[in-house]
Design a protein around this ligand. Structure first.
Ligand code: THU
Length: 146
């Protein structure tokens, strides 16, 4: 990924983070997804008084973009940026890794903070090795749905 594109992805995640609804943990997370067709979508975590219904920034961003995608390239994930505050950054939780996997087997993952500092550049494959995905169910890996 080009440095300029990475900066933009982090900027979108940082902006999305400002909309996090986190009255319980006070731990705001922003995510941004770069799709194969070059679009960037942001998301933030949204908590709930029924704690288990909390939804992470990464999944919120992905579900919003997939619901709006008109064609397979618009839902194929090329890269994900995750932004938190401070110097102990968050990597995607296990559930989010699996959801990224569904649409981004080869996705790049960038872990950064609100100052734009990048702590880790990795891949979904490294975070979720030997993963289960659409192919196991005989689905063509174009993630086109249907
Ligand atoms: N959270 C995310 O949104 N993404 C992550 O990668 C880690 C955890 C949220 C869920 C919850 O609202 C808060 O962070 C504390 O777990």
């Amino acid at each position: 990924m080009q440095p300029e594109q990475e900066r933009e992805l982090i900027a979108v995640a940082t902006e999305a983070r400002t909309r996090a609804y986190v009255p319980y943990s006070h731990y705001a997370v922003g995510a941004a997804i770069l799709t194969a067709d070059g679009q960037i979508h942001g998301g933030c975590n949204i908590e709930n008084a029924s704690y288990g219904l909390t939804s992470c920034a990464e999944r919120n961003a992905i579900f919003a973009l997939v619901g709006a995608a008109a064609d397979p390239n618009a839902r194929r994930i090329q890269a994900v940026a995750v932004v938190t505050a401070g110097d102990d950054p968050a990597t995607p939780c296990g559930a989010c890794r699996q959801v990224i996997r569904e649409f981004g087997k080869d996705a790049a993952i960038i872990i950064a903070n609100t100052d734009g500092k990048v702590f880790l550049r990795t891949t979904l494959e490294a975070l979720l090795p030997h993963s289960f995905g659409p192919e196991q169910l005989g689905s063509p890996n174009d993630n086109a749905g249907g």
